[in-house]
Write a protein that binds this ligand. Structure first.
Ligand code: NAI
Length: 464
């Protein structure tokens, strides 16, 4: 007989959605447990996603900088050598430290951690398979935060050696000479950036006629031009049909063109929610056609007492969206109030330059028939960008033609991922472009480009 432990809330999944929900609920006085099947906490984002990829993006960028650009700054270095094992070890250390940090936060907040695969066993019960299988949990509330995994194509079976996903691409022990990346989304472009900087010949094959679908088209078109300049071969409108392994080589078949030979194929064709094997069907939790758990505005599933957040429900599969939902769901359970403003969730691609956006794209406004004004400011007219030697890209502010309220901000350029925060805050407070234009920005800084783009909405940018 399993030992039964009683909790107010059991969270299944210890990623950014789940661990944040657990901590917030504990802060609100609940007795909380979190079930995670991996030995370490932090989920895909921390272990095999956002954090390790940003480590390698940073390191590969420094390598490229040392090789290609330091001389322009008057810094001569001898021969620059790549030390991939050290890069990979540093990444592993950063991941480990972050994960230990989450563990410490659990201890500090008295969140009980169980290790194993959690499954709903009906009526407020969660059964664990794995290390803590001897314990059965009983809870008033259950939050499902089990995240997502890389999607695959049947004709491209991932073997982890030749055909890989981002997980393996973050731990390669040597630089593949020729890498084919299938899918030009967030993951495809970030991984292509890392390995192309480290020396791979990268070919990106994308089914659609543009990269980074979902981003503002003007920004993704300019980014594509810059990526091509960095040496990536980006091929659009390509239908891949399969991969063959011949000896140590992969042969990628595509419709209407010669196959491509390479050393590794990276699949980056999207992600799918982890909703199988959770006991959902037996419990009566409804799932939509895409395998996502159906929830109402308060994250309640079709079964009372069971909630879901993050990648397993509708909306963008982003760590920060999952975190917001984790907090809102916990607050809703603890106080009766909880809210996420889905109109102002930023998206960031950590390439060089970075690409960031919040709110509506220009295409979405046109499609919805919304009248808007547009202000654009290029980084080449920004003093700080010039001192950094990073002048590619621009800031675009879109504001309602009648009310001047900011509807969208899109940035391609240095530190775009950090710069977007100001736009997100402005939009969250319902700012107009004039509000933003009249805020004093320190000089010389990159955020001045955002201010100038806001000024440009009314045709009064000073420096361009
Ligand atoms: P994605 O959905 O962003 O992009 C997948 C791309 O693959 C699409 O452009 C699609 O047209 C293409 N594709 C699909 N099937 C294809 C085929 N057979 N042949 C050629 N192309 C094909 O998915 P991605 O990049 O895998 O990312 C998954 C999720 O992870 C996204 O929701 C993203 O938001 C999130 N993510 C976020 C990051 C960030 O915030 N910086 C970084 C990495 C991932």
């Amino acid at each position: 007989m399993a030992d039964t432990k009683q909790h107010d809330l059991v969270v299944i999944g210890g990623g950014p959605g789940g661990y944040v929900a657990a901590i917030r609920a504990a802060q609100l006085g609940m007795n909380v447990a979190c079930v995670e099947q991996e030995p370490t906490l932090g989920g895909t984002c921390l272990r095999i996603g956002c954090i390790p990829s940003k480590c390698l993006l940073e390191d590969s960028e420094r390598y490229a900088e040392a090789r290609l650009h330091l001389a322009e700054h008057g810094v001569r270095v001898g021969e620059v050598e790549l030390d991939l094992p050290t890069m990979i070890q540093r990444k592993d250390r950063v991941v480990q430290t972050n994960s230990k940090g989450v563990e410490a936060l659990f201890k500090k907040n008295n969140v009980t951690r169980y290790t194993g695969h959690g499954r709903i066993a009906g009526n407020g019960r969660v059964r664990i398979e794995g290390k803590d299988a001897a314990t059965e949990l009983q809870a008033k509330h259950i939050i499902l935060a089990t995240g997502s995994r890389a999607a695959s194509l049947p004709s491209f079976p991932v073997d982890g050696t030749h055909v890989i996903t981002s997980t393996e691409a973050l731990s390669l022990q040597e630089v593949p000479r020729r890498l084919v990346v299938i899918g030009a989304g967030y993951i495809g472009m970030e991984m292509s950036s890392i390995w192309s900087r480290l020396g791979s010949e990268v070919t990106v094959l994308e089914y659609f006629d543009r990269i980074l679908i979902g981003l503002d088209e003007e920004m993704s078109a300019e980014a594509q031009r810059l990526f091509a300049r960095q040496g990536m071969d980006i091929q659009l409108g390509v239908r891949v049909t399969g991969v063959r392994i011949e000896g140590n080589e992969c042969v990628v078949e595509r419709e209407g063109a010669e196959p491509i030979r390479c050393d590794r194929v990276l699949m980056a064709v999207g992600r799918q929610p982890n909703t199988q094997d959770l006991g959902l069907e037996a419990a009566g939790v409804q799932v939509d056609k895409k395998g996502r758990i159906e929830v109402d505005d308060h994250f309640a599933t079709t079964v009372p007492g069971i909630y879901a957040i993050g990648d397993v429900i509708r909306g963008p599969m982003l760590a920060h969206k999952a975190e917001e939902e984790g907090i809102a769901c916990a607050e809703y359970l603890g106080t009766g109030y909880g809210h996420v403003n889905y109109d102002v969730i930023p998206g960031v691609v950590y390439t060089n330059p970075e690409i960031a956006g919040v709110g509506k794209t220009e295409e979405q406004l046109i499609q919805a028939g919304v009248k808007y004004k547009k202000g654009v400011f290029p980084f080449r007219a920004n003093g700080r960008a010039r001192t950094l030697g990073q002048v590619d890209g621009k800031v675009k502010v879109l504001a309602d033609a009648d009310t001047d309220r900011i509807l969208g901000v899109h940035i391609l350029g240095p530190r775009a991922g950090d710069l977007i925060a100001e736009a997100v805050a402005a939009m969250a407070f319902g700012a107009t472009s004039e509000d933003l234009a009249r805020v004093c920005h320190a000089h010389p800084t990159l955020p001045e480009a955002l201010k100038e783009a806001a000024m440009a909405v009314a045709g009064r940018a000073i420096h361009f």
